[in-house]
Design a protein around this ligand. Structure first.
Ligand code: XMP
Length: 506
């Protein structure tokens, strides 16, 4: 296992992801995790991430003093390298020309991190400071025309630093560099496979839950279904799945979930019709964060009530993903929005959480789901947020507005599938803004809602690009929505990537 110490860098979670792509388990932890805790976890290697601070800045994040005394090999990236340099007796200063973007590396030493890579290579950098003097015993292994120490190492002590970002795709040999660190220096084995993830998860769930009972909030998506399957493997009949219909689902979605997981499923499913309850609480609420908190709380209260009917049920299984955790804000990463199952949870709850996917990204979950034998239709289902259409109906969430959005969304889904694009897109959906615009239909004036089409491509929802849907498909969707959905007289296309937008509008 590799621990990545997070100094709040933009790419911190990417580092963990790339390490996992090399089939080595990796976890992101706060930079100031006590050294005893790190030692207890016995990592095969430690990576210090980049960060927005200058090492000399006021309140610059510093690791626990004992960290550099650990035996585990260490790789410092950007801020992590500067911190390492300073802590081990080197010098760091501000560079005259800041480097942001592509840099041309000149590799001077191919024995350690750069083994098997060429003399000249492109790398992605983003820094205002750099190492001016390497600590004693270190050798400089690469430079750029403007930065004389862009990488250094002391292989004997297992210490390496790079000023560029090997985790970014634009760094040509980034993966080779990471692999050299993982496999040559740390001695990791690429054995973090789906089968091992499953075995590990099942073991941990058994340890946590023991003989007690759990309920699982099942939405019908790949995350909660995979979580349910893992927990079922671990504790068998002590698991009951609960599907809460909060009235914020898409057209025919509740029926589909019940059909897929109902009678024939090996895990018992309880269907709770809570439509009125959620809509009542949401009445008049327009603030996105308030909506998310209300929905998060109502979910938990509903689960608590259901758990009371099952003797000894003290655990709630959720399909929370790593990206939900990061977006909801960790201590070192800013909060973007409260995902209903993380930041949207009430402070006091009767149930303990079981979250077997909390360390995984969606694409990793899909691999696990396939390994568990789930049908392809489910493995490749596009994500749908827990708060459902409440965060796609902008402003007031009323029954009437939900119905307009449902109908428009159904047309969009049908056309995307018919065009064979469903699986290529991370998500495709409709949004209903809280405005009206003027139109003309059948020689008469209309004053009705616009519907916005949102379709994005992405690997993990952390970043996304707007999908270039073919014009004739857009034309068909637009015509059909306006002709078939009363209350809509205009269709717009969202062409915003993430960042600066987020995928959902709220
Ligand atoms: P954003 O809008 O933050 O969304 O770019 C990233 C991904 O997360 C989904 N999403 C949620 N999923 N509960 C969920 O289960 C939530 O509260 C939530 N909010 C956003 C979103 O659909 C996208 O896939």
């Amino acid at each position: 296992m590799i621990l990545v110490l997070d100094f709040g860098g933009q790419y911190s979670q990417l580092i963990a992801r790339r390490v996992r792509e090399c089939r080595v388990f990796s976890e992101l932890i706060p930079y100031d995790t006590p050294v005893e805790e790190i030692r207890r976890r016995n990592p095969e290697g430690i990576i210090l991430s980049g960060g927005p601070n200058s090492v000399y800045g006021e309140g610059a994040p510093r690791v626990d003093d004992g960290l550099f005394g650990l035996d585990a090999p260490m790789l410092g990236i950007c801020y992590g390298m500067q911190h390492m340099a300073l802590s081990l007796g080197g010098e760091v200063g501000a560079v005259q020309i800041r480097e942001y973007g592509r840099s041309d590396l000149i590799v001077k030493d191919h024995e350690g991190l750069f083994a098997g890579t060429p003399d000249e290579q492109k790398a992605w950098t983003s820094h205002g400071d750099a190492v001016f003097a390497a600590p004693e015993g270190f050798r400089v292994t690469a430079e750029t025309p403007s930065v004389p120490i862009i990488a250094f190492e002391e292989p004997g002590a297992g210490r390496f630093g790079v000023q560029f970002h090997p985790e970014v795709r634009h760094t040509e040999y980034g993966m080779e560099i990471l692999k050299n660190f993982l496999f040559e220096t740390c001695g990791c084995k690429p054995d973090w496979t789906p089968v091992n993830i499953i075995t590990d998860a099942v073991e941990r769930i058994r340890e946590q839950v023991g003989d007690r009972k759990a309920i699982c909030g099942l939405s019908g998506g790949v995350d909660s279904s995979t979580a349910a399957m893992l927990v079922h493997r671990a504790i068998g009949d002590n698991l009951t799945c609960v599907f809460v219909d909060h009235g914020l689902l898409r057209q025919n979605e509740a029926e589909q979930v019940i059909e897929a997981f109902g009678e024939n499923s090996e895990v018992p499913l309880v269907h709770v019709d809570s439509k009125g309850r959620f809509l009542d609480k949401l009445a008049g609420v327009t603030d996105p964060e308030a909506k998310r908190k209300i929905i998060g709380e109502e979910f938990i209260r509903t689960f608590e009530e259901e758990a009371k009917g099952i003797e000894d049920a003290t655990f709630l299984v959720q399909g929370t993903l790593y990206s939900d955790v990061i977006e909801s804000g960790t201590r070192d990463a800013a909060k973007i929005k409260s995902h209903h199952n993380v930041g949207g949870l009430p402070e006091v709850m009767d149930l303990d959480l079981v979250e077997p996917l909390r360390n995984l990204f969606k694409d990793e979950v899909r691999v696990v789901a396939a390994e568990l034998g789930m049908p392809e239709r489910l493995v490749w289902r596009q994500p749908f947020p827990g708060p459902g259409l409440a965060i796609r109906v902008i402003g007031d969430v009323t029954g009437e507005r939900l119905e307009i959005l449902r109908r428009a969304d159904a047309v969009l889904q049908e056309e995307i599938r018919a065009a064979g694009l469903y699986r290529d897109l991370w998500q495709s959906f409709a949004v209903l803004p809280a405005i009206h615009s003027v139109g003309v239909m059948g020689d008469a004036r209309t004053y009705a809602y616009p519907v916005v089409i949102r379709a994005v491509t992405s690997d993990d929802a952390m970043t996304a690009d707007w999908a270039r849907l073919p014009y004739d498909l857009l034309e068909k969707i637009s015509n059909r929505i306006i002709n078939e959905v009363p209350g809509v007289n205009r269709v717009a296309l969202d062409i915003t990537s993430k960042p600066p937008g987020t995928i959902e509008w709220e």
